[in-house]
Design a protein around this ligand. Structure first.
Ligand code: V47
Length: 356
């Protein structure tokens, strides 16, 4: 049976077959991925109304790709107080945000209560907002810094109101590349272990992959297959999010920056390989909105959200610092031939925007 027939029969692919998908021409690959996407979602494209909050940029870890951390090229350190975090949350929720996406650097000066107290205060004031916070890298940082077990950190997150975990910190699972990119940070095995533990507590999370730097196509396929394996056991990943590497203001040079074709191929291959993760998110902040809109025909069914403010990728050159207006976002999705659907953080449909 040929590779294309296998995909059409919805058979599971191996590492070698995943790599071979990259050799197909873009449009063949796009059609294969689109068929699966349409089978699951038709022409619906999901987004949410969210607010990214990045409460500190002081970091004990050193990742070559990071332009956000204050310790190197960016000398402007900041750490928000609980009151500042709560003010931002209040302002965004009053304007309609239903999800707070809170991701920080690994600040050794703050203590566990700085994290947990912020969640608790938000939860006390806003019982129904969805708090998506604490990447596995942050969980591992609290474990290393304060001697708590992973279970203890995760249980405290639940007690204080965290609903789901974002997908950050996954980078690329291949150990050699990871060592080069972000030595000392959460290992691949630990990242997967933390998410599996979280899922086993009845909670859901996302998974990212940072690509377009020094990794190979084989590393990307390997990354996706390691996620597929955990997902077989837990079913807890909501979405897979390939993050396109942004190259400004950091220490990771001499990269194989991907072409638009390579980005679209990667979305399409994610859709085909990850037969057990429903949602493939084209995070427009790193792919650009133009490519995110096109990726809707190459397997992606989710475009993240309006964001409002974002500090991590925009520090490295992405156009996401000030988010996107809701009306514009909806119009762009409609004009690209898709039906915008506002979702909640766990992918329940809230509002379908039919054509006018
Ligand atoms: O893990 C850092 C990435 C991630 C760069 O779960 C960079 O819905 C590109 O977790 N170029 C954090 N990316 C962001 C994150 C996230 C984002 C969107 C949606 C979700 C979700 C989660 O940002 C880090 C890292 O991989 N990052 N530097 C850079 N130069």
């Amino acid at each position: 049976m040929t590779l294309i027939e296998k995909v059409k029969n919805r058979e599971r692919l191996t590492q070698e077959e995943g790599e071979a998908l990259y050799e197909l021409d873009l449009f063949t690959l796009g059609e294969l991925a689109d068929e699966i996407r349409q089978e699951k979602f038709g022409k619906k494209s999901y987004f949410n109304i969210n607010r990214h909050i990045n409460p500190t940029n002081v970091c004990a870890d050193v990742c070559k790709f990071c332009a956000y951390s204050a310790t190197r090229k960016n000398p402007n350190q900041y750490t928000m107080s609980h009151e500042q975090i709560l003010d931002i949350a209040t302002n965004s929720i009053e304007k309609g945000a239903k999800e707070l996406h809170i991701v920080s650097a690994h600040n050794p000066n703050d203590g566990v209560e700085w994290y947990m107290g912020a969640f608790r205060k938000i939860r006390e004031k806003f019982p129904s907002v969805h708090i998506k916070s604490m990447t596995a890298a942050e969980v591992d940082f609290l474990h290393r810094q304060y001697g708590l077990s992973y279970d203890e950190v995760l249980d405290q997150m639940i007690e204080n109101g965290v609903d789901s975990m974002p997908g950050g910190g996954a980078e690329i699972f291949d150990e050699e590349v990871r060592e080069y990119l972000c030595k000392g940070k959460v290992t691949s095995e630990q990242w997967l272990e933390i998410h599996e533990k979280w899922h086993n507590k009845g909670k859901q999370s996302n998974a990212t992959m940072l690509f377009g730097h020094v990794e190979t196509r084989a590393h990307r396929v390997d990354h996706m297959l390691r996620l597929r394996e955990v997902q077989d056991r837990t079913g807890g990943f909501n979405a897979f999010i390939p993050l396109v590497y942004q190259k400004e203001n950091n220490y990771l040079k001499n990269c194989n920056y991907p072409t638009g074709q390579e980005v679209l191929k990667t979305y399409a291959i994610a859709r085909i390989l990850l037969d057990n993760i429903s949602n493939i998110k084209a995070y427009w902040a790193t792919s650009t909105i133009n490519l995110a809109l096109i990726s809707q025909e190459f397997g992606a069914n989710d475009l993240d959200g309006t964001i409002e403010k974002e500090a991590i990728q925009s520090a490295a050159g992405a156009a996401s610092a000030n988010g996107m207006e809701l009306e514009e976002f909806i119009a762009l999705i409609k004009n690209s031939g898709f039906t915008p659907v506002e979702r909640d953080s766990l992918y329940n449909e809230l509002k379908v925007y039919e054509k006018n």
